[in-house]
Ligand binder design. Structure first.
Ligand code: ZN
Length: 106
C-alpha cells in the first residue's frame, strides 16, 4: 500500500507543529532558508516555512495547514500538509506559509 503511494520513507519522530526545532533541519536548496518538508494529501511533498504567520499576512495560494491524516492504513505518515482553500480563515488565524512565498525569485 505504502509503496503504491510512493510513501516509502522510514517513520520519522513525531513532528510537533508548535516546535520549530528539528533534527538536522532541512534547508531550501535555492536560498538556504530553514524549511519544513511535509507530505501533502495528494502524494507530493511541500516545503513550508519554519514559522506560522497570521492568515492576513499570507496570500491565499500559499496558505497551508498541518493536519493529522485520518486514514489509519497509511502508517508511514501521521502529519500531512493541506492547502487552506474554500474556507476563509480569520485574519489572525495562524497558517503555515509555503516556503515559495518567501524564497528568492527565479
Ligand atoms: Zn528558498
Amino acid at each position: 500500500m505504502a509503496e503504491a503511494d510512493g510513501a516509502t520513507a522510514a517513520p520519522r519522530p513525531e513532528p510537533d507543529p508548535d516546535n520549530v526545532s528539528w533534527i538536522e533541519p532541512p534547508v531550501c536548496p535555492k536560498c538556504g532558508a530553514l524549511v519544513r518538508i511535509y507530505p501533502t494529501n495528494y502524494d507530493r511533498w511541500v516545503s513550508l516555512a519554519a514559522v506560522e504567520l497570521p492568515a492576513k499576512d499570507v496570500p491565499e495560494p500559499f496558505r497551508w495547514r498541518l493536519t493529522r491524516l485520518p486514514d489509519p492504513s497509511r502508517l508511514t505518515t501521521d502529519i500531512v500538509a493541506v492547502r487552506v482553500r474554500g474556507v476563509d480563515p480569520l485574519p489572525s488565524e495562524p497558517v503555515v506559509p509555503a516556503h515559495r512565498m518567501m524564497c528568492v525569485p527565479d
